[in-house]
Design a protein around this ligand. Sequence first.
Ligand code: PMV
Length: 347
Amino acid sequence: KKVANLTVTWQTPSNIALVKYWGKSEPQIPKNASISFTLNNCHTTTKIEFTKALPKDEAAFELFFEGKKKDDFKPKIAKFFKRIEEYCPYILEYDMVISSENSFPHSSGIASSASGMSAIAMCLMSLEKELNPSLTNEYINKKASFLARLGSGSASRSIEGPLVVWGSHPKIEGSSDLFGIQFPYKVHPVFENYQDTILLVDKGEKQVSSTVGHNLMHNHPYAENRFAQANDNLEKLSKILQNGDMEAFISLVESEALTLHAMMLTSNPYFILMKPNTLEIINKIWEYRQENNSNICFTLDAGANVHVLYPKSEITEIEAFIKKDLAAYCQKNQYICDSVGFGAQPL
Ligand code: PMV
């Protein structure tokens, strides 16, 4: 089918890994399988206006971020388009105007590459569907995740929800290194509507870009053990998600977060990505859990912010605790209340 013009808008979420992806080989193949909660309130909205043009050697696009022309993000997107050109040759036949915005504060230390890359991928798949109306939704989601992965590995986990596995794993049916899949087993009700309050401890620029970070695993003395441990943890977590064993969930998820940071502490060069307030918060969470017999726990990304995870049933008490005892450790007392979501949505 011929398509002269098309404007599409997609909203896609960020995600938070429970078993972390850290270490990859070309082309964006993870060294271990990972699993994440898809988020709901932290998302990117991206509109692409496609206009048919003469075929070019390189994708032609303009980029607007939060209403302003944003040329410093262009090289990253250009590299992404170059990488996916062989899978989407049609992008060379359109001029594209990309306009994007995030629901979360700019440079808040929340990974925007996952939501950003997955949103572009969904927009491209909308064009592909126009060109080829017979495509199924299943194909579209799978290919969008495949494309998003080539932009940013964790972006492959931002197309669907509420739990997504990326990386081939013998105990997770249908899993692949090439795209994310919905966790294929029935999840215990305690994990429905799970809450994630993101404490913004440090909103500064990332100290370690994820490209540099993943490379640190190449000559890392603990790399092979870490990859084996992550795959092992995913197998354990798969059972926990089905049987609802909260104690096991908490210890596995917190251990994964600390191990991610341990990899950075022990790499060459080494990095400390936590801030003093990160540790204050972790200690407060542990105290609260002990004293209140709570199921609160934390996880971390490659930065100082703390994701506070808890079942919906504890929301009233834990929100009060965060406001009273944890907000003071955040920059400008800022935190974001989020919960598990269901993935990409057309607007
Ligand atoms: O998607 P990338 O290349 O930015 O890597 C992100 C890795 C972590 O966020 C630290 C962990 C994960 O699995 O999301």
